[in-house]
Design a protein around this ligand. Structure first.
Ligand code: ADP
Ligand code: ZN
Ligand code: ZN
Length: 801
């Protein structure tokens, strides 16, 4: 058993296979499946994952593994298998599935170095290497001696190597262990000179707070001495000193008030019963917990998890990134305390790594996190919960293009445990499955304490226009805003930013500033005074005159949050506004600060984008305004209606969650659209019926499965012709029941100077499709390497652009 099968860190088709390596004697019995190892690959050393250990290999001359990168496996058997399954399901490279399972800190970074191969006298090498064995490539670059270096590589005097840099650093702190008996400390104190005040302070402190060990920084804070003082006490035998590993705890400075399980209402009791049954009987089942906001879903999650913990098992809770607010985390931390690890993008790379290691070491039993937390390395999973399961952020838009819901169900089958999908507005696919009995539907129809849903009024903005109101605020919304200011109640104003950012237009000639690389207009950023492209990152300065006709009448259109804020200051000069968008929340912790500011009553209006739509719960908010409900309706996406409905329903749920009744004002240019109208009535059931009819007519999901192939190339004709060929090839191999649309230009027809064409396949049952798609990828692989052709395949796409 001295051969390891390794998946190497080269995400490409040609290397997406198992490579065999010899395990050197010194690592025998140490290297195990699930560990990361460094292996030679061509001229470089790269990272790989050991997926199996075996006796024989069909390859005759094997290279040796350079060294293990882990002491214990970082992926268990289940996750190793899951990676293969995921690669197959999503047509991804295996290495990327494993990387997706681990925190970013563990992704290999390679450092390019040059190493001297001999010590023979050599003027140039003697000089640049001095006494060092190796140099960073960046040093060489800085000196501008590429040519010389290349010559010496050819001459065999030096070699370029790639070293794997481990970013997964552990945090260490200086720790002082008390090793002297108390009465000896007393004696020591008396023997000290009178002016050794600092040492005496420490000894006093230690005698008053005796414990085995002290963290250096804390000891210094509490005694107000310097490290030098502590060192002299180490020399006198009071302490021994060591560096100990600690977790970076993002919640270090927070206290959580413990919360007890609430007695459940009769509806909740009905709903939780079958969940508890499956936990007890060790069965897999997927539940769709369908309940309006405030109906008590989270309490059901909490009590289900409690049952799982009592059974000695572990739980994963997924929450959409933007809803993973401190408030949400608090509820889990309060109930389960230190058993909870939190994984989300707000944490630093190091913090995330530490939280993840708590799971690996079985120090945490509950993980609350965003999409990728579905891969938490538990070995005894008892439940997976997906809150707001309809959220599209559960789908990853890069390889592996997986949906967390599918991964959750796959893992739960393996562990024979339940999955709970919770939502007030389930994805159409999920609700349809519940209707068919694939999922078990659990309904919470009432809000807690029978609180009424807020009253919603829909304002037709075309009507406002006709009546001469050109402001972005309807009269009704304006009056209500004024009213709340007088009553000292709070308002949330929601701006649906997608497709609605501000752009620059010339009022004389109509010129709109476009990205030179993409087919999209540039977005105006007032803060940095720049025009930016949100697709390729292109940035340019803001023109003073129209680049087309040199007119000075340039205006910025659209209603970005900044513009709304300005307008608010004009019409309600006394209102204190907190603005939350990508610009104001990019700094770490800013998100939480802004919310705290609002929550503590220091602001009257919270103005923001998608990120304020979910999960927030403020007692004093009695008005919610949606500035433009329909910006998303007209996107070229068959889910546009569903997304609009979900968002409006969610936003409306922010008002009147507590004693004070709530009101919602939705401004729209399409008041008659059923998504807007039914969101106003908070009528999901009716929306579901109506939307299912539309999906059936359009042959979309959930009636058909979809796969989207996007081809892109710098040359338009190349993109078109390849898409055409692919479409034909696939069409001739699928059954007559499949519908193939294409080739057509993608809605985003050019990004970063690449033309994009696509082909959409709709199908019910095509067992051969995955193999056909793989053949396509393989066939075009040489062209993707040599000619810059790109082919993306998205199985069950959520972004149709
Ligand atoms: P959801 O997750 O469906 O939005 P929550 O679980 O947040 O609903 O419940 C809404 C509010 O009702 C919360 O403040 C919660 O503490 C409270 N609540 C939930 N269940 C109960 C219960 N059985 N008894 C009393 N209060 C409850
Ligand atoms: Zn661009
Ligand atoms: Zn012009």
């Amino acid at each position: 058993m001295n051969i390891a099968t390794v998946i190497v860190d080269v995400p490409a088709l040609g290397t997406d296979k198992e490579f065999d390596y010899l395990i050197p004697d010194k690592w025998m019995g140490i290297i195990e499946p699930g560990m990361r190892v460094a292996v030679p690959f061509g001229p470089r050393t790269i990272q790989g994952f050991v997926i199996a250990i075996k006796q024989n290999s069909s390859v005759r001359k094997l290279k040796e593994i350079s060294e293990p990168l882990d002491i214990t496996p970082v992926l268990n058997k289940e996750l190793l298998e899951l990676g293969y399954w995921l690669a197959h399901e999503t047509l991804s490279f295996k290495i990327l599935t494993y990387q997706a399972m681990l925190p970013a800190a563990m992704k290999a970074k390679y450092e390019k170095k040059i190493v001297r191969l001999n010590r023979e006298h050599h003027p140039l090498l003697d000089e640049i290497f001095a006494d060092q064995e190796e140099l960073d490539w960046s040093d060489v670059e800085r000196q501008g001696i590429h040519r010389d270096i290349h010559n010496e590589i050819k001459n065999g005097n030096i070699e370029v190597i790639y070293q794997i840099k481990n970013r997964a650093s552990k945090k260490k702190v200086k720790t002082y262990h008390l090793v002297m008996e108390i009465h000896d400390i007393e004696k020591l104190k008396e023997s000290l000179r009178a002016n050794a005040v600092q040492q005496k302070t420490v000894l006093d402190y230690v005698m008053n707070h005796p414990t085995d060990k002290y963290i250096g920084t804390e000891l210094i804070k509490n005694t107000n001495v310097s490290y030098a003082t502590l060192t002299s006490l180490v020399n006198k035998g009071v302490f021994t000193e060591s560096n100990e590993e600690v977790y970076r705890d993002p919640f270090e400075h927070k206290t959580f008030i413990p919360s007890d399980p609430l007695p459940l209402t009769s509806q909740q009791t009905e709903a939780i019963k079958p969940i508890l049954n499956t936990i007890e009987s060790n069965n897999h089942e997927t539940f769709l917990l369908y309940g309006v906001t405030g109906s008590g879903k989270t309490e059901i999650y909490l009590q289900s998890i409690q049952k799982v913990l009592e059974e000695g098992k572990e739980a994963i809770v997924l929450v959409p990134e933007i809803a993973l607010t401190p408030q949400m985390v608090d509820r889990f931390k309060s109930r389960f305390g230190k058993d909870v690890a939190v994984l989300h993008s707000g944490l630093s790379v190091g913090e995330k790594y530490d939280e993840w290691r708590k799971v690996l070491r079985k120090e945490a039993k509950v993980v609350v996190g965003a999409r990728s937390a579905v891969f938490a390395p538990f070995e005894n999973l008892g439940i997976i919960i997906i809150d707001e399961e309809h959220e599209t952020s559960y789908k990853q838009e890069e390889m592996p293009r997986y949906h967390a819901r599918d991964v959750a169900i796959q893992r739960a089958k393996y562990h024979k445990c339940p999955v709970i999908l919770g939502s007030a507005t389930p994805a159409l696919e999920s609700f349809a499955r519940a209707q068919k009995g694939v999922y078990t539907l659990l309904t919470l129809s009432k809000r807690m304490n029978d609180r009424n849903l807020p009253s919603v009024s829909i304002v037709d903005m075309r009507e406002e226009m006709r009546n001469g109101n050109r402001s972005m605020f309807s009269r009704e919304l304006f009056e209500k805003l004024q009213d709340r200011l007088e009553k000292k109640q709070q308002t949330i104003l929601f701006l649906n930013r997608r497709g609605h950012s501000s752009f620059m237009m010339c009022r004389d000639c109509g010129f709109v500033m476009q990205c030179p690389n993409c087919d999209i207009s540039l977005t105006y950023h007032q803060f940095s005074n720049e025009m930016k492209c949100h697709y390729c990152g292109f940035v340019t300065s803001v023109p003073n005159i129209c680049p087309e006709c040199t007119s000075e009448h340039i205006r910025y259109f659209g209603t970005g949050t900044q513009k709304v804020e300005e307008e608010l200051h004009k019409i309600l000069p006394d209102a204190r506004v907190v603005r939350m968008d990508v610009d104001t929340t990019s700094r770490k912790g800013a998100h939480e600060q802004l919310l705290d500011h609002f929550k503590s009553g220091n602001a009257d209006i919270l103005l923001g984008t998608q990120m304020i739509a979910k999960g927030l719960d403020f007692p004093n908010v009695t008005l919610v305004g949606v500035l433009s409900a329909d910006t998303m309706l007209h996107l070229p996406d068959f889910r546009a209606g569903e997304k609009t409905f979900q968002l409006l329903t969610q936003v409306s749920g922010r008002a009147g969650r507590h004693e004070l009744p709530g009101e919602v004002v939705i401004q729209t240019y399409s008041p008659e659209h059923y998504s807007v109208e039914l969101a106003g009535k908070q009528n999901y059931d009716q929306f579901y019926k109506q939307e299912m009819i539309m999906r059936k007519i359009g042959s979309y999901s959930p009636f058909y499965y979809l796969s989207l192939i996007t081809v892109s190339h710098e040359d338009l004709m190349k993109a078109v012709s390849v898409t055409e060929k692919i479409t034909k090839y696939i069409g001739s191999r699928l059954s007559g029941n499949a519908i193939i649309l294409g080739p057509v230009a993608s809605p985003m027809s050019r990004v970063n100077n690449r033309y994009r064409y696509q082909c959409l396949i709709k199908y019910k049952k095509e067992p051969e499709l995955k193999n056909i798609l793989k053949t396509v990828i393989e066939h075009y692989y040489p062209q993707t390497v040599k000619e810059g052709l790109m082919i993306h395949i998205d199985v069950n796409p959520y972004m149709m652009m």
